[in-house]
Design a protein around this ligand. Structure first.
Ligand code: ARG
Length: 600
């Protein structure tokens, strides 16, 4: 289904051509002066230069051409050469009827048949999920859903950090604390124990301890490096222990991501790229792209136009170990082989931008990806505390994600305290609303920007917040519930009838109230907003749409008594309208991976 903007642009284009101008001038935009008009076209101003005419004269000709078109209720040429446009109630009603009848309110996926991989986990094994991994998880899940809705076959990969320094540190510390474990014995050939020798809790203590120690102790650090090296070279006992640690750690990470409503199709880790590294390096050597520099094996990725430092992409460090560059490069080899995606999107902290630039350049230079694969780094900004620094616990430590979710849910529960609800239900709903507050607070900001985590603002039931949107949706459901019970039917039946055109009547072009028109117009922007958000990997554009729609609904609700409206035709039209508004909100909240309660 064409968007309203496309329909208007089509009409403008024919008018421009009919008047002897190039059609490119006929593009419409949503008005930035809604007090004056709904849509506008500034083409006459641009055309004036080419045709050496006064812009207002051109605008006047176009306005005259479109004057008889019933699609518009107003076409006005105003100084210095703008075209101000309103669409007629008839066109608006017809458009919305068409939307209502179409699957997904007329949204048409634009990218069917293509595959996109979204790399957005990045949690590190044996470390609890902390707030640093919150943004990639939340943004990545939404980006994946957007692309999926837009037709892509999507694959989300957790890409766990399971292979590098942290594991080496843990091994080194475990060797100190538990010297008798069979895993250290190189002569051991028997079976290894079934259970992991340490609990998750112990691991969570061991890792930061070892990490701190390594910063002061050179010998300890060297041991950790050696452990990584031996693990990567397949030392039997190390592999066995590593697998055990992976098992318990992955299970915990899964539980945590699940709780966030974040789900991965692949639970690969950096280690899964390992088998691809040696052949990849051989290939790069053969192609003459890999070269020795200061004892390390690197790919030079500098380009002439660079105006910043661009260190080479590191294939092998001088001690022969593989690092972050080579795993990411080999992961691309693996992804090309398994999925030949047309897009790989990395949702990772923006401070890793240089690393990805190096890897992407090396991948292109080496021909690992061709022109038909887009590599896209969506570097996310940081969630900061009120002091403007990365968010910390009160005592300055790294905040665990589950504690953050608990805090925000508690805050919501406080606000809900006086509602009549069983304790258990209140708990469940506050969790849902709390999570919505957190996710929406995050997603409504442009992904690349930093933002301040403000628990009071995020949990507010007013303004551009998750709870406000949920509250609006619950309100619509409750109106429909009332109408359904008055008519002895169910909300599902009403929604179904509206969706499949069996409802008592469609929309007609009567006189609408101002807030009613605003709501209808906002709803028409549905497909356009999703397309933009998907094209630009920008969930905040969904939030902007959702907030506008919710806001317009609430004004409409404020102005009209829907349930008690006596004119049954008008009432029925309103039912159709709010059912579609609810559907649009539901689809969008699902694209944001935010769950919606039935009441709150
Ligand atoms: N584990 C990494 C970290 O915590 C993030 C991984 C991001 N994804 C990637 N393909 N490098 O910093």
């Amino acid at each position: 289904m064409n968007t309203v903007l496309e329909l208007i642009s089509e009409k403008l284009k024919s008018a421009f051509t009919a008047c002897g101008y190039e059609e490119k001038y006929g593009t419409a935009a949503v008005s930035n002066r809604p007090d004056l008009c709904q849509y506008q076209c500034n083409g006459a101003l641009a055309a004036a230069k080419q045709y050496h005419k006064a812009p207002i004269a051109i605008a006047g000709e176009i306005a005259e051409k479109l004057a008889g078109d019933g699609f518009f209720s107003k076409v006005e040429a105003v100084n210095p050469g703008f075209l101000n446009l309103n669409i007629s109630n008839k066109a608006l009603a017809e458009y919305l009827n068409q939307m209502a009848k179409s699957e997904n309110l007329g949204f048409e996926p634009a990218n069917t048949g293509k595959t996109a991989i979204v790399d957005y986990g990045g949690a590190n094994v044996a470390k609890p999920l902390h707030v640093g991994h919150l943004r990639p998880a939340i943004i990545g899940e939404s980006v994946k859903r957007l692309l999926d809705f837009d037709g892509y076959k999507t694959i989300g990969d957790a890409h766990l950090g399971d292979w590098g320094t942290p594991i080496g540190l843990i091994f080194t510390e475990m060797q100190v604390r538990f010297p008798d474990l069979v895993y250290w014995d190189e002569n051991y050939t028997g079976e290894y124990p079934k259970d992991c020798p340490v609990s998750l809790k112990e691991l969570e203590e061991i890792y930061p301890f070892a990490s701190a120690k390594s910063k002061e102790d050179e010998e300890y650090r060297a041991k950790a490096r050696q452990a990584v090296f031996e693990l990567q070279n397949g030392r039997r006992g190390y592999m066995a222990l590593w697998k055990k640690i992976m098992e318990i750690s992955k299970a915990d990470l899964k539980r945590n991501y699940d709780n966030l409503n974040v789900h991965f199709e692949l639970w690969y880790g950096e280690s899964d790229a390992d088998p691809y590294i040696v052949p990849m390096i051989e290939d790069l050597k053969k192609k003459g792209i890999a070269k020795i520099s200061e004892g390390a094996l690197v790919v030079d990725v500098k380009e002439e136009s660079d105006n910043k430092e661009m260190p080479p992409c590191m294939l092998l460090k001088s001690d022969g170990a593989v690092g972050y560059d080579s795993t990411d490069l080999a992961t691309i080899v693996q992804r090309q082989k398994d999925f030949s995606p047309s897009k790989i999107i990395y949702v990772v902290d923006k401070r890793q931008g240089l690393h990805f630039e190096q890897v992407f350049r090396a991948a292109r230079k080496a021909g690992i990806v061709g022109d038909d694969t887009e590599l896209f780094f969506l570097g996310n900004g940081t969630m900061n505390g009120k002091d403007g620094k990365p968010f910390k616990t009160r005592d300055g430590g790294v905040m665990r994600l589950e504690f953050l979710v608990r805090d925000i849910s508690d805050k919501v529960l406080e606000k809900m305290a006086d509602r009549d609800m069983e304790e258990e239900e209140a708990q469940e709903i506050s969790r849902m609303v709390g999570l919505a507050a957190l996710k929406y607070g995050d997603l409504s900001n442009q992904a690349t920007k930093d933002y301040i985590f403000d628990i009071d603002r995020f949990t507010s039931f007013e303004g551009n917040t998750g709870p406000y949107i949920l509250y609006t949706m619950v309100r619509i459901k409750s109106i429909l519930e009332k109408l359904a019970s008055a008519e002895g039917t169910s909300i599902d039946k009403i929604r179904n009838d509206v969706t499949f055109g069996n409802f008592k009547m469609g929309r007609t072009a009567r006189e609408y109230g101002a807030s009613e028109v605003d709501l209808m117009l906002s709803l028409t922007g549905f497909s356009e907003s999703i397309h933009k958000a998907a094209d630009e990997c920008a969930p905040h554009k969904i939030c902007a749409f959702v907030y506008d729609l919710a806001d317009k609904f609430n004004s409409f609700y404020h102005d009209n008594k829907i349930v008690t409206q006596e004119d049954v035709n008008v009432r029925n039209e309103w039912v159709c309208l709010i059912v579609d508004v609810l559907t649009a909100l539901e689809i969008c909240m699902d694209l944001l991976a935010i769950k919606v309660p039935d009441r709150m």
